[in-house]
Structure formats: C-alpha cells, structure tokens
Design a protein around this ligand. Structure first.
Ligand code: FPP
Length: 219
C-alpha cells in the first residue's frame, strides 16, 4: 500500500494525514473484495524495516492500526470477515497486541473473506523461523510458514501501488507464481474500481506454473 507519504506531501499535509486517508482506502478495498471473488486478502500494512522510520511516524501508525482493529470489529463480524495478523507481533505495543488477539478471537467464524494484516512483517524472517521449527519436508515447512492458515500458502495476485516495482520482503515464498500488478495510483486514491481492474487483468493472464497450459487444472 505505497504512496501515503507522497499523497500527503502533494497536498502540503504531514505523512500522518496520508496514512489516515490510506485507512479509508483499506476500508473500501476490504468491502469490495468478496464481491470480486477474493477469498483471502493480505495487506502489507507495516514491514519489519518500517521500524527505521521516525518514532513519531511509527507511533502514529500503531495508533491507526489500533483504532482500525477496534472500530472496524463490528463491521468485520457483520460482514463475515475473518481477520488475522502475520508478523512479529511481540514488537507491537501491548494495546495493539491485545486488540489483535480480541479481533482474531471475535472474527474466527468469518467465512466471506479472510483478511490478513501483515504488521511488522518480514518474509525473510518468516522463512527463517519456519525453517528453525525443524520442518523436514516441504509440506511441513509450508505448514509452518502459513502458521496454520494453509489457504494463504500461495499468492495468486500481488498488487503494489504508488509506482514502485519491487517485492520488498513481502510473502517471498508464497509469491513464487504470483501474477504481479503494479499501479501508479498512490494508495489513498486506490478505489474498488482499481481493485476490480487489477482482478480483471489477472483473469486474463495465462498461468502455466512452469508447465504447459493443458496441464494446469484450473487455468
Ligand atoms: C507505505 O507507503 C505505507 C505504509 C508504511 C503504511 C500503510 C498504512 C496504511 C495504508 C494505513 C492503515 C492501514 C490499516 C491496515 C489500518 P509510504 O507511506 O511509505 O508512502 P510513500 O512511498 O509515498 O512515502
């Protein structure tokens, strides 16, 4: 979800305003996802490397995550959204950790959308951690990596906004065969229509997973 800072700069606001308006875009996208046929949506909200930003910005982001988790809990349960968090949650402020635990518990029955927030997340750390758990086979390793969420083991479509064209430590193992969609739109301006456009584009892609088209079960 790149571009909050630039969006704010362009309007003479502080970066914090960009993040706050970015939260509005999060709500719109989460709302639209199920009707576009998306079963699992992972939002890269804060990378482990984002801790390098000034404390004022990281603290503002933590407050924003906390208010999102607490304010949107009712809507999530009403709409059948199951919300889980991936990343180093031990590094998050205690109130955020508590809010995550509460939301995960309250929404575990959600069936319309599995929304995953990646917070203080590093794909490389997650891979090292899964390997450290002593997995002896690829299925064991993938199970450890998915942390009990096997539905999220493979990414179909990765969207990056704000004109950046990098993966930046996001779901590196899971993105092996992901289709990539790079959008120039700054995240706060990203709408349901942009998401729909990305999904339409994805549906037109030919996915062969290294084989030939006729071998692909659901192409
Ligand atoms: C990266 O763009 C964005 C972030 C580090 C924060 C993302 C947070 C949100 C979208 C708001 C709230 C999210 C949730 C899940 C409630 P940047 O700010 O570095 O943009 P820039 O490249 O323009 O500087």
């Amino acid at each position: 979800m790149d571009g909050n800072g630039r969006w704010a700069d362009l309007r003479g606001h502080s970066r914090w305003v960009g993040h706050r308006i970015g939260c509005r875009a999060v709500r719109e996208v989460v709302d639209a996802a199920p009707r576009l046929g998306i079963g699992t949506l992972t939002l890269f909200a804060f990378s482990a490397d984002n801790w390098r930003r000034p404390a004022r910005e990281t603290a503002a982001l933590m407050r924003l995550f906390h208010s999102y988790l607490t304010e949107d809990l009712g809507t999530a349960t009403e709409r059948g959204v199951r919300l889980t968090v991936i990343g180093q949650r031990g590094r998050l402020p205690a109130p955020v950790q508590q809010a995550i635990a509460g939301v995960e518990r309250a929404t575990r029955g959600g069936r319309n959308l599995h929304l995953r927030l990646a917070v203080s997340y590093s794909a490389r750390d997650a891979i090292v951690e899964a390997a450290r758990q002593g997995a002896r086979s690829r299925p064991q390793f993938e199970q450890a990596l998915a942390a009990g969420e096997p539905g999220a083991a493979q990414v179909d479509l990765l969207i990056r906004t704000g004109g950046e064209q990098r993966l930046s430590d996001f779901l590196l193992w899971e993105c092996a065969y992901a289709e990539l969609h790079f959008s120039p739109v700054l995240w706060p301006d990203f709408t349901a229509a942009h998401l729909e456009q990305a999904v339409d584009d994805f549906r037109g892609r030919e996915r062969r997973f290294g084989g030939l088209l006729e071998d692909v079960p659901c192409a």
